[in-house]
Ligand binder design. Structure first.
Ligand code: NAP
Length: 501
């Protein structure tokens, strides 16, 4: 049954200016502009708002609109409301040719964008991180860095602690911390926000949310895609930097943090920071037991033969496309509770989920009873938060199988599917996040000290890998990573969660 949610009724925002540096790039065309279009459909982008794409190519407003129209056509075809909004949206969109490495054109651009000092101006840096400092300096130089300005920076924020600090120092010289929005789009996903709602909006979970009742937590972010023609770029990064440092650690923080006093941005970010600082360091001494890194070889994913990573790159490489880590949060709440993290490319399915496994009942009145059908004993309860696809929450409980023939028990899921329960379209994370930037609400963005603390945990892992000299373990594309990743959890008498449905 679909329980229609109360209409979300998003509040319209005062007219604002939003400039996308890198307005012709993949991120802008595939994520940012579609997100803005959907907010336009819902009436959040008022008349008078000006949207700009900026890149180095020469092109007119109309040529840019043609390119963007093409990118948005799929969304328009899927929904008549979007189709009706497309041309009015494009009319608000402009193109300006600027090279961030040169001052040419900046005075005219600054005069145009800075002509209404009272309005909010968002500069979205959808360009490589090597350009972040340059953009900051230019905005400052041309009087665009003042109070109404907000800048959005994308991952990767550095490739290690030192380079992240250098970027943050450069931004910090120009902007106040409250003007800088470090985006991790995982935090804008509905189910991720729902994790906070579940934990702190229900009396049920919080009393159980600790080592006494929770056996372990698993966080998986699995991709079926490989490096998709970007092998040279990916090879400088790898799964630890690309996925664990940001997305997986942010999810871990939301599961593990203490209840914040309120939803105030800093109340939440203070608690996340404490989790990052409480992570047990992984160094040369324990990296072998706590981490597994892998690299895919040729195989088949979703029925399609795919090449191995070295074939795509054109040479052998020591960059990992898979990581599994046994993390530990060293505080009273989580003492002895492992957080198993895993992420990789060319895995069997595209799936992100958090699985919280509770402890077994202290005593089974059912003896060593099995359900006869699956041969299982009493299974522990699990709370599974599915971020993608099929966003939703499942609570696995033991139930009696109906019918005569003795007491047969079986694990059954109470299933809250977002699509079925709330109906309608699930907004993309960028929609929420961009509007939060315009509103000046940094709750779902990373503070500078969080980024720093995350790298402080990640850097020693990479250093340990380099010191021990082992290459990533090969795994066949279409499998769940190297066998060592299975051993990592099975050594502890546990298994990776598989949805029994
Ligand atoms: P991309 O497709 O290579 O686009 C880069 C954009 O920047 C283009 O519009 C390019 O246009 C412009 N640009 C490059 N150098 C410039 C300069 N000196 N002055 C002005 N404009 C310049 O890259 P992308 O995939 O959109 O990614 C952009 C950033 O977001 C990267 O840091 C990436 O790591 C990050 N990111 C991307 C995604 C994603 O889904 N794509 C997700 C998360 C993070 P011209 O070359 O014509 O100037």
């Amino acid at each position: 049954m679909t329980l229609h949610a109360p209409p979300s009724n998003p509040a319209p925002l005062d007219p604002f200016d939003l400039v996308i540096f890198g307005g012709t790039g993949d991120l802008a065309l595939r994520k940012l502009l579609p997100a803005l279009l959907h907010r336009h459909v819902d009436g959040q982008i008022a008349e008078g708002t000006r949207l700009y794409g900026v890149a180095r190519d020469a092109r007119s407003d109309d040529e840019y609109r043609d390119r963007v129209r093409e990118a948005l056509q799929k969304d328009a075809n899927a929904d008549p409301r979007v189709a009706a909004s497309l041309e009015p949206f494009l009319a608000k969109l402009h193109y300006r040719q600027l090279d961030l490495g040169s001052d040419a054109g900046w005075p005219e651009f600054a005069a145009e964008v800075g002509n209404d000092p009272g309005r909010v101006r968002v500069f979205y840096l959808a360009v490589g991180p090597d350009l972040f400092a340059l953009v900051g300096d230019r905005l400052q130089c041309h009087g665009l860095s003042g109070a109404g300005t907000r800048v959005v920076v994308e991952k990767p924020i550095g490739r290690d602690g030192a380079s992240a600090d250098a970027i943050n120092n450069a931004l910090g010289r120009v902007f106040e911390e409250h003007q800088v929005f470090r985006i991790d789009h995982y935090l804008g996903k509905e189910t991720v926000q729902n994790l906070t709602a579940l934990r702190f909006g229900n009396a049920l979970f919080e009393p159980l949310w600790k080592a006494e009742h929770i056996d372990h937590v698993q966080i998986t972010v699995a991709e079926t895609v490989g490096v998709e023609g970007r092998a040279a770029y990916y090879d400088k990064s790898g799964a630890l930097r690309d996925m664990v440092q940001n997305h997986l650690l942010q999810l871990l923080c939301l599961v593990a943090m203490e209840p914040p006093a309120s939803l105030a941005a800093d109340a939440i970010r203070d608690e996340k920071l404490k989790v990052l600082r409480a992570l047990r360091p992984i160094t040369n001494g324990n990296a072998v037991n706590m981490t597994v890194r892998g690299q895919y070889r040729a195989g088949a994913v979703e029925g399609r033969a795919v090449p191995g990573y070295p074939d795509e790159l054109g040479e052998p490489s020591r960059t990992e496309t898979f990581v599994a880590i046994k993390a530990e949060v060293q505080n009273w709440r989580w003492a002895g509770v492992p957080f198993y993290l895993r992420t990789g490319k060319r895995l069997p399915e595209r799936m992100s989920e958090i699985v919280v496994t509770f402890r077994h009942v202290p005593h089974s009145i059912f003896g060593e009873l099995t359900d006869g059908e699956h041969g299982r004993t009493l299974a522990p309860n699990k709370l599974v938060i599915r971020l993608q696809p099929d966003e939703g929450v499942k609570l696995w409980l033991m139930n009696k199988v109906p019918g005569p023939g003795g007491l047969r028990m079986r694990e059954v899921a109470m299933d809250l599917s977002y699509a079925e329960t709330f109906g309608g379209r699930q907004p993309d994370a960028y929609e929420r996040l961009i509007m939060d930037v315009v509103r000046g609400n940094p709750m779902l963005f990373m503070r500078r000290d969080e980024v720093h603390a995350a790298w402080q945990w990640i850097d020693p892992i990479r250093n340990a890998w380099e010191a021990n000299g082992d290459a990533p373990k090969p795994y066949t594309a279409g499998g769940w990573g190297p066998t060592a990743a299975v051993a990592l959890i099975e050594r502890d008498g546990r298994t990776w969660h598989e949805d029994a449905d």
